[in-house]
Design a protein around this ligand. Structure first.
Ligand code: MSP
Length: 651
């Protein structure tokens, strides 16, 4: 295979980061906040790495969804879009997200570029006119193939699509299918993490249908008119995806020339198809360089399900910030979600993280180091004693260097949870260092003064490193710690990674302040579960016959990650799963199709009965079984409360 590596994303000097542009049919929720914070974190990290960055977000304002939402409020689509777009814009400073530009698809400059792009592709012969009859879901604003439906219904909206017949314009996507497969295979990291690349490649195993890119104005007027037929507006995705280049002033804008080659788009797994298939093909057809890559994250589930108005679990980020503060919220989102996998949001987990990671680990370290410096040296930084340091092995520098390296590698690949994990490991290391060196004992004896000075200097330096590394995740806390250490930058908010890495920067004589409380502990009694746990009176069904531990140990349970899923023809119950067990990938047929969509299941970490005899189900080989329970008449898969590696025994 020829490897036509795109520029290595970890080494580019200019980078362009984007969030999806959000629909304005409802106000922003926690899921939208997460993507914006994740992109903000990536951008701030890159700035620390000396990269020139550009960060775009915005709102997607055309299409049926918006018309329907506006109608419900008795207002015009534009007035409605103005109102909701404002909410998305106002959310950004509240999240401390620093975007360079906010685009709206109703901006005249955007509309002009969509028209230009449509004309270009039309003139090149890749758009044709044809009549079409198909099943159309108004919620998704797209036609469905019968095989994509679940029991005849749209998998996302649970309603049967309507059969409509109309003449429309089509984009010859099929023509570019082989090119796209080759592009993905020869550009490692184009779609990341890799399970989503696998998913896109598995979509591409089926022939790619041409894409219907118009809607007749008899049905929808709220869109951009096709430049070559005034009776039609363009399909919302053909309009929306173009935002990424129109915002940079394609084709001649300086921003476009400078930033487009270093583009990384961030999306959740719901929209990988338009981003991983339509968009690269649109770019190819228009003769535009293909973007550098797509970073895909999982869903935040609230109360076990994807947020939705009908379930009533839509979480407002502003309410959480009001209660807990913006930095704890950002920390929680970045730490708790393994990028690429789903995560659960509950206030209880948030409070636990705040109390243990922030108040206990970081907060205590900060307050111990500062108060000891104030107590023993009136807040004045003392120089370390190199000989004592070597002799007693007191240097915190080697562990800091190791932490910075792990952090850099993880953050560069958007494995933010691992990057943060490395910093917290170092914080734990320093807290233990205090416990073992016992500065309070050293302070009692003049003879151990050099040791005390060396210990405190190392701790101050270690805290400086931590303050630098947490900047992308908790910018306010980073600056707060630096101010208290007397090292806040005057010209900008952050230290570069290079500066952060040089040990020994806090100067002797620097004045340190008495510590304020960084993160107040939250009283957990106020957060007791609101619904009482029901009492279980008897087992139903009745317990099976007792077994010994030896019997149990015969069952080889392993952790597995679902890498791919397909429906099985003629069965509305079974899904064909590809499950990574570390040493090998198994095909497992599972009866979960009624309760899990393909999107839901891919990326899930499950428990697999790995030594179950192989069996054929509906003509398909099944090499194991995944564990689930029946709850409220629906199947719920068993899993883990933290990310795990595939193939590990479950005991
Ligand atoms: N308008 C399109 C995107 C066009 S981009 C050219 C759209 N909008 S959306 O409002 O539905 O936003 C979807 C995106 O919002 C997801 O891809 C993700 O970034 C974010 N999220 C929405 N719900 C989410 C969760 N529950 N969890 C995590 N992210 C979520 O699709």
């Amino acid at each position: 295979m020829i490897w036509r590596m795109k520029k290595d994303r970890t080494k580019m000097k200019t980078q362009y980061f984007t969030t999806p542009i959000y629909y304005v049919n409802a106000k922003p929720h926690l899921g939208h906040a997460y993507t914006s914070i994740a992109v903000d974190t990536a951008t701030r990290f890159k700035k620390m790495a000396g990269v020139d960055t550009y960060f775009l977000t915005g709102t997607d304002e055309h299409g049926d969804k918006i018309v329907q939402a506006a109608e419900k409020q008795n207002t015009s689509p534009k007035a409605y879009a103005d109102k909701i777009s404002r909410l998305f814009q106002d959310l950004l400073p509240a999240l401390n997200v620093e975007n360079n530009h906010f685009i709206r698809t109703t901006d005249p400059s955007h509309i002009k570029i969509v028209e230009a792009l449509l004309s270009k592709i039309y003139d090149s012969g890749d758009i044709y006119f044809s009549s079409y009859e198909g099943l159309y879901c108004f919620g998704c604003e797209r036609f469905y193939q019968e095989r994509e439906l679940v029991e005849g219904k749209c998998p996302d909206h649970g309603v049967a699509p309507q059969l409509i017949k109309e003449s429309n314009y089509f984009f010859k996507m099929g023509k570019y299918q082989d090119w796209l497969i080759d592009h993905i295979k020869t550009h490692p990291g184009f779609i990341s993490p890799s399970q989503y690349e696998t998913e896109i490649l598995s979509f591409l195993k089926e022939p790619l249908e041409d894409l219907c890119i118009s809607r007749p104005k008899t049905r929808l007027t709220w869109g951009i008119t096709l430049p070559f037929d005034k009776d039609y507006v363009t399909y919302v995705w053909f309009d929306a995806l173009v935002n990424y280049i129109s915002a940079l002033g394609y084709p001649d804008g300086d921003l476009f020339k400078k930033f487009w080659p270093g583009t990384r788009h961030f999306v959740a797994k719901d929209i990988i198809k338009p981003h991983g298939i339509y968009w690269p093909i649109m770019l190819k057809a228009a003769g535009i360089e293909i973007y550098n890559g797509l970073n895909v994250h999982g869903f935040w589930n609230v109360k076990g399900s994807k947020m939705s108005k009908s379930i009533g679990n839509v979480t407002d980020p502003l309410e959480i910030i009001k209660e807990y503060g913006v930095d704890p919220f950002r920390y929680f989102l970045i730490r708790e979600m393994a990028f690429g996998l789903d995560a659960n949001f509950t206030e209880d987990i948030l409070v636990t993280r705040i109390n243990s990671d922030l108040a206990n680990d970081l907060g205590n370290l900060f307050s111990r180091v500062l108060s000891m410096t104030v107590r023993y040296f009136k807040g004045e930084v003392q120089a370390p004693h190199p000989e004592t340091e070597t002799e007693k092995n007191l240097s915190l520098a080697p562990e800091a260097a190791k932490t910075i390296e792990e952090y850099k590698q993880a953050m560069a690949l958007c494995e933010f949870h691992k990057g943060v994990g490395a910093v917290w490991h170092y914080i734990g290391f320093m807290n233990k260092y205090i416990d073992t060196t016992e500065p309070w004992t050293l302070a009692k004896d003049k003879a151990t003064l050099p040791v005390l000075e060396t210990v405190l200097y190392n701790l101050i330096e270690g805290l400086r490193v931590v303050s630098c590394l947490i900047y992308p995740i908790m910018p306010q806390t980073s600056v707060k710690i630096q101010k208290a250490l007397g090292i806040a930058k005057k010209t900008k908010e952050f230290y570069s990674l290079e500066e952060a890495s040089v040990w020994g920067q806090v100067q002797k004589g620097t004045q340190i302040q008495s510590p304020e409380i960084l993160f107040p502990r939250i009283d957990t009694k106020q957060h007791e579960p609101k619904t009482p746990i029901p009492e279980i009176k008897a087992f139903t069904p009745a317990l099976k016959e007792e077994i010994t531990i030896e019997d149990f140990l015969k069952i080889d349970l392993r952790t597995g990650t679902v890498m791919g899923a397909e429906k099985i023809e003629k069965s509305n119950k079974l899904l064909k799963l590809r499950v990574d067990l570390g040493a090998e990938t198994r095909q497992i047929i599972a009866g979960i199709a009624k309760d899990y969509s393909l999107d839901d299941i891919i990326g899930k970490e499950v428990i697999v009965v790995a030594n179950l005899k192989e069996a054929m189900l509906m003509g398909e080989l099944s090499q194991g079984m995944i564990l689930a329970t029946d709850s409220k008449k629906r199947l719920v898969l068993s899993g883990f409360d933290k990310p795990v590696k595939p193939g590990h025994p479950v005991k």
